[in-house]
Design a protein around this ligand. Structure first.
Ligand SMILES: [Ca+2]
Length: 562
């Protein structure tokens, strides 16, 4: 019995642990979409004097990545310092160096861009991890940038760890420096710990955003053989990741942006794969002693490469334009999936376009001209139900949605309401259908209702389906349902039912479906059903359920209009 209790406690502890493990997952309404890319205001001149309300008008984002340019004055000379480009820089940043920048970046809090990041790369690291002087500069400068991010009201820093040549590849192992790989890896792990401790010291609870992090491990082979990376450009990165998790506070957040995978994604299945791979492999390179912290503080991001939705002369590896006859709709759909699957952040890499034309300096055209309606499409993806309501066509595709009675003399079995078929299951007790002044009343029905089919349906079409119900029975649960039939008629697809939960006047309730016709099944027909499930009232006094106003409207967004 004692053992049994121990098992119970263990099971409970595991439950608590697994709950805790998802603490970086935020509710859908709190998820954020961040802009990174070629257009990034970097200097005070680019913002000072601007009416910041204009920033919100043409962008659908919650934050922006900023590539900071810092004016340094050293030895009587003033010059621009770009942390992304100054490999081996001898300068130690100070708080005073950020004097002009912080008030400017703070002003972003007046706009919708509230979750902002300074974008940095590996340039401030040094390829010789044993060089103490270089390391002091690295720590100091990252620390000052973290401090400046905090003072600017930013969410944190973004470390783009991709091995660009311009960074001089600090995470590449260099045997010529005289240390074995193992010795160097131990040193890098110590440095990684010191690095994140300094960042946490300057900015407690910082969000460290990365475009790619441990999600670079994407296979069993890579998971089981990290030594395969030793002689690559990123040979020391695993040691660095481990140092970061040795030192990270368990209240900070590390966002793994999952970069490459999201750039290809074109369906919900693709986002499910990205998520599955992340949860299978992302902790593989991390010391087991840090797994609990890893899952507690690491947040799975989902990426977009917006240029891939635009027709380009040389599309390269990422070409979502070619995967859809309506790239704007694909974008809206993908944003919805990306937000569903991300833990907190969805991010866009945007190259040859500008969301802030006339405000942020850039030679690139407005994204809304490159990809028509893309600003609205991103907003729609974020809140698809609201947008579907807004763009419902207004025309009811169902015949007699008002449930008027059948014509005089019509067959009552199939004509309680004109144009609707009635149905009751054969294996449970049957009740009665009647038309009550243009409303359907079902009494003592245990499994039955009325149905209507609409043909000519195509994949990707979107609909809103609504109905009203007044439940005067204690034994019946009214439902609104739909399903699809394919062509040729081989089966029923995607059947869904919901209860009536939305309040309406006079004791009536409403139910609403937002429907996107799935791909891949040759869907031709949508069948709409209202009815009840339940039991017969043993007293025989049941008043049943009333239904009315069944409405199926196509949703036509500005970007889907023919
Ligand atoms: Ca009616």
């Amino acid at each position: 019995m004692k053992h049994f209790h121990q098992y119970l406690l263990l099971a409970f502890a595991i439950l608590l642990l697994s709950h805790d493990a998802f603490s970086r997952r935020v509710p859908s309404g709190q998820k954020k979409i961040i802009h990174f890319g070629f257009v990034s205001p970097s200097t005070p001149e680019q913002i000072v004097g601007e009416d910041l309300a204009k920033l919100d008008a043409t962008c659908p984002f919650d934050g922006i990545g900023i590539n900071p340019v810092i004016k340094l004055t050293r030895d009587g000379k003033t010059f621009d310092y770009h942390p992304l480009h100054h490999v081996g820089s001898p300068y130690l940043l100070t708080k005073e160096d950020f004097g002009e920048l912080i008030p400017m970046f703070r002003r972003f809090q007046e706009t919708r861009l509230k979750h902002n990041f300074f974008v940095l790369n590996s340039s401030p690291f040094n390829g010789d991890w044993f060089d103490d002087d270089a390391w002091k500069r690295t720590l100091n400068n990252f620390g000052m940038l973290a401090w400046a991010a905090k003072e600017s009201g930013f969410a944190g820093l973004c470390l783009d760890i991709e091995p660009y040549a311009l960074t001089k590849l600090p995470f590449m192992y260099r045997p010529n420096l005289g240390h074995s790989f193992e010795e160097t890896a131990r040193q890098v792990r110590r440095r990684g710990k010191e690095w994140i401790e300094e960042i946490n010291r300057q900015f407690p609870d910082i969000t460290l955003f990365t475009f790619m992090w441990t999600s670079q491990c994407t296979s069993t082979l890579m998971a089981e053989h990290p030594e395969l990376l030793v002689n690559s450009k990123t040979g020391l990165m695993i040691a660095f990741f481990n140092g970061v998790y040795d030192g990270a506070s368990d209240t900070m957040t590390i966002v793994d942006g999952n970069e490459g995978a999201g750039y290809h994604a074109a369906s919900e299945e693709d986002y499910a794969k990205i998520t599955g791979r992340y949860h299978r492999f992302a902790d593989s390179w991390i010391d087991r002693t840090n797994h609990e912290k890893f899952w507690k503080i690491t947040s799975m991001g989902v990426s977009f490469y917006l240029d891939s939705y635009v027709k380009r002369d040389k599309p390269g590896r990422y070409d979502l334009f070619a995967k859809s006859d309506n790239p704007t709709q694909l974008l809206a759909t993908n944003v919805g999936h990306a937000l569903d699957y991300s833990d907190e952040y969805v991010w866009f890499w945007c190259e040859k376009g500008n969301f802030w034309p006339g405000i942020f300096k850039s030679n690139y055209p407005f994204w809304g001209d490159l990809l028509p309606h893309c600003v609205e499409a991103i907003e729609a993806g974020r809140n698809i139900r609201v947008w579907m309501d807004k763009y419902a066509s207004g025309a009811n595709l169902l015949k007699n949605g008002g449930l008027e009675p059948a014509d005089e003399g019509a067959n009552q079995k199939n004509g309680i309401v004109k144009s609707w078929a009635t149905w009751q299951a054969e294996d449970t007790p049957k009740g009665t259908f009647s038309n009550d002044n243009g409303r359907l009343r079902l009494v003592n029905v245990t499994n039955g209702g009325i149905a209507q089919a609409i043909s000519g349906i195509k994949a990707d079409q979107q609909f809103i389906l609504r109905a009203r119900c007044k439940n005067e029975s204690r034994f019946a649960t009214p439902v609104l349902s739909y399903f699809f039939r394919d062509n040729p008629d081989t089966g029923v697809w995607g059947q869904r039912s919901i209860a009536f939960t939305e309040d309406d006047a006079d004791g009536w309730k409403r139910a609403t479906f937002h429907i996107t016709v799935p791909k891949g099944h040759n869907i031709a027909t949508i069948n709409v059903f209202v009815g009840v499930l339940g039991f017969q009232d043993p007293t025989g006094m049941d008043k049943g359920c009333l239904f009315d106003d069944i409405d199926l409207q196509e949703v036509v967004f500005p970007w889907t209009r023919k």
